[in-house]
Design a protein around this ligand. Structure first.
Ligand SMILES: Nc1ncnc2c1ncn2[C@@H]1O[C@H](COP(=O)(O)OP(=O)(O)O)[C@@H](O)[C@H]1O
Ligand SMILES: [Mg+2]
Length: 254
């Protein structure tokens, strides 16, 4: 993780709701999260967007959840390794938020405070979809915990990649089979049955409908480059609107 010098102007008007634990969030930066089922293309698109934004001179911080810190990565192995057995659903929920709180404190808050664009691979929407929906703990339990553990930090923009359901599972399986080692793998959730993943999928759709201003649905069954072009255009536009990228000259606006 790299935190570079601030470039963005102060835009407190963009943050109508004050954050209680982390007032620094109100100052500047832009917090963007990627969401979707395993295999929907989040990490692929996040990497490409980071390159695109850096090429425009923006300071970009890339992180992921669970994980993103040394402590978080230890929690990640416990949560994702398919050798982890009999983890209670509430314990799972608590560990997800513990890793998140650590990532906010160590990575996200300092980066936003420094004016960076933060790209985060999964955030609280994942917890609402997997633990709230998949494990059936319910949205309310997750969102209450979010308020406590994340100090009211919400993404400025969330890109929800929705590819065909079977296609996503297939892609994730192939990728996980390739990356599994003798020390561990990241396939614990992938081993859940189809009903579990359907509940996750439905919960994601519910979140997108409820928070349509924040969450943008991205059709994931297209070539990687086509999806990237759509995301890059959308994000550039948002960053221009908050003053992190220069506005287009009037002549180029048709
Ligand atoms: N639009 C796409 N079309 C075909 N394959 C894709 C696409 N996006 C990603 N992939 C491939 O699918 C696999 C999972 O993608 P990944 O970005 O790791 O998904 P996620 O991070 O959402 O789990 C990778 O092998 C990746 O190369
Ligand atoms: Mg990924």
């Amino acid at each position: 993780m790299q935190v570079r010098e601030a470039r963005s102007p102060l835009r407190p008007d963009l943050y109508p709701k004050p954050c209680t634990l982390y007032p620094v969030f109100m100052a500047r930066g832009f917090f963007l999260t990627f969401e979707g089922l395993d295999g929907s293309g989040k990490s692929t698109q996040l990497r490409k967007l980071a390159v695109h934004l850096e090429a425009q001179g923006l300071a970009v911080t890339v992180t992921r959840q669970p994980g993103g810190t040394r402590i978080g990565d230890r929690i990640r192995s416990l949560l994702l390794d398919s050798k982890t057995e009999s983890l209670d659903a509430m314990t799972e929920l608590g560990l997800m938020f513990s890793a998140r709180a650590q990532c906010i404190a160590e990575v996200i808050a300092p980066a936003l405070h420094g004016g960076n664009v933060v790209l985060c691979d999964r955030f609280t929407d994942s917890t609402e979809a997997y633990q709230g929906g998949g494990r059936q703990l319910g949205s309310e339990t997750v969102l209450r915990m979010h308020q406590t553990m994340c100090g009211g930090l919400n993404p400025d923009l969330t890109l929800l990649l929705l590819a065909d359901f079977d296609q996503s599972l297939h892609r994730a399986r192939r990728r996980n089979d390739r990356s599994a080692t003798a020390e561990g793998d990241e396939g614990r959730f992938e081993r859940e049955d189809e009903l579990f993943h359907r509940r996750v999928y439905d919960k994601y759709r519910e979140i997108a409908a409820r928070e349509s201003a924040r969450v943008v649905l991205i059709e994931g069954d297209r070539p990687i480059e086509a999806i990237h072009r759509q995301i890059a255009a959308l994000v550039d536009e948002r960053l221009r609107s908050v003053g992190l990228l220069p506005r287009l000259p009037a002549a180029s606006v048709r």
